[in-house]
Design a protein around this ligand. Structure first.
Ligand code: ZN
Length: 101
């Protein structure tokens, strides 16, 4: 087999493995607070309260109205959701202040 052809083939295989790994990791990595915020329909269509945003990273800070769990989600493009602790939210979104207990 000529080397160029081989390189192109192995590149393709790597890409496919990489994306499969990413998908399975992102599915299981999110520790949702309750069934309400686990539901994509609620998170992505404004039923979860937006309490901050980071224009630089184009991420939104969201809080579940039911259980109070914090998440960041990409403002546009493919949805990238991550559960945040209050400490992480304060660091990533300077406007965020944890509620006084
Ligand atoms: Zn919730």
């Amino acid at each position: 087999m000529d080397p160029l052809h081989f390189a192109a083939r192995s590149g393709l295989v790597e890409l496919r493995c990489g994306s499969a790994t990413f998908l399975s990791v992102s599915d299981s990595a999110i520790d949702f607070g309750c069934d309400y915020c686990r539901d994509d329909q609620n998170r992505f269509y404004g039923h979860v309260t937006q309490i901050g945003s980071d224009e630089g990273r184009r991420m939104l800070l969201l809080r579940c109205p039911r259980c109070g769990a914090l998440y960041e989600n990409s403002a546009r493009g493919p949805d990238l959701t991550r559960r945040l602790t209050e400490t992480e939210a304060e660091r990533l979104f300077p406007g965020f202040k944890p509620p006084a207990q």
